[in-house]
Write a protein that binds this ligand. Structure first.
Ligand code: G3H
Length: 256
């Protein structure tokens, strides 16, 4: 039975890897929609990938918010290779509760790994005018430089409607996402089924185009309910690696 299970999992990893054309895919057993511990297993799997890929010369790791990346932080153990890492949040405020914010998770990861961190203090609601003046602030520019030179990015993928609701987005945005058939969300960008960007939250930090030059981009997302979101994001998303669970893997593979 154990052999069969291992076989199934590695078949799923292989199929997803070739379907999405990724460098690596890790599928952990179970469905995180049903069992919270499955999310922690994704976190554990992500930590071991991070350790494997980490280099002390290029030590900046940018992380997003969300419960999946929070599970990565939770599973991070002290005295790891990552104690030379400098953790930075990928983007500024997106409207999340404090425990789901990139800043919080970034600080937590650094604390657990005995690494260092820098934060990005940017309000959630930015007008174009405040955005333009904030990016010119020397302290903000310095952090932005660090973020853009990250060697590794670890991010979540959300289901569009779930994310818009969780972030208490305006009715205007909710309507726009519905009208344009938003399916996925990552980094504060919303994507439709083809992976085209249909909305972008105005905030400071990594822009999607910056990710093209970042060597190692890992997505952590699971649960059968995220099958469509993962599929949509992966059509054009710049991530090379996917850490997911059996629930999402089955949902995706049943449709391809
Ligand atoms: O950007 C994606 C979302 O942050 C995913 O959040 O990991 O809590 O589902 P989640």
């Amino acid at each position: 039975e154990v052999m069969k299970e291992t076989f199934n999992i590695s078949m799923m990893e292989k199929k997803l890897k070739s379907h999405f054309n990724l460098q690596d895919v890790v599928v952990v057993p179970g469905d995180s929609d049903e069992y919270p511990w499955v999310k922690k297993e994704m976190g554990r799997a992500c930590v071991s990938l991070m350790k494997k890929k980490f280099s002390t010369e290029e030590n900046i790791i940018a992380v997003t918010g969300g419960t999946s990346i929070s599970a990565v932080a939770e599973m991070m153990a002290p005295n790891t290779e990552l104690e030379k890492a400098l953790f930075v949040p990928a983007r500024g405020g997106l409207g999340e509760q404090v425990e789901n914010q990139a800043n919080t998770i970034c600080a937590e990861m650094a604390r657990k790994a005995s690494g260092k961190y820098r934060l990005l203090h940017v309000p959630d609601q930015l007008s174009k005018e405040s955005y333009s003046s904030l990016v010119e602030e020397p302290s903000v520019r310095e952090i932005l430089g660090l973020i853009r030179s990250a060697a590794m990015v670890v991010h979540g993928i959300g289901e569009a409607r779930t994310m818009a609701t969780r972030r208490q987005s305006s009715q205007e945005l909710v309507d726009k996402l519905r009208d344009k058939n938003a399916v996925a969300e990552a980094f504060g960008y919303y994507f439709d089924q083809s992976g085209d960007i249909i909305h972008k939250v105005l905030t400071i930090g990594l822009q999607l185009e910056d990710l093209a030059t970042i060597p190692y981009v890992v997505a952590v997302a699971g649960g059968s309910s995220k099958g469509h979101a993962i599929q949509a994001y992966m059509k054009q998303g710049p991530s090379e690696v996917l850490v997911t669970d059996e629930g999402a893997a089955k949902a995706i593979l049943s449709e391809i």
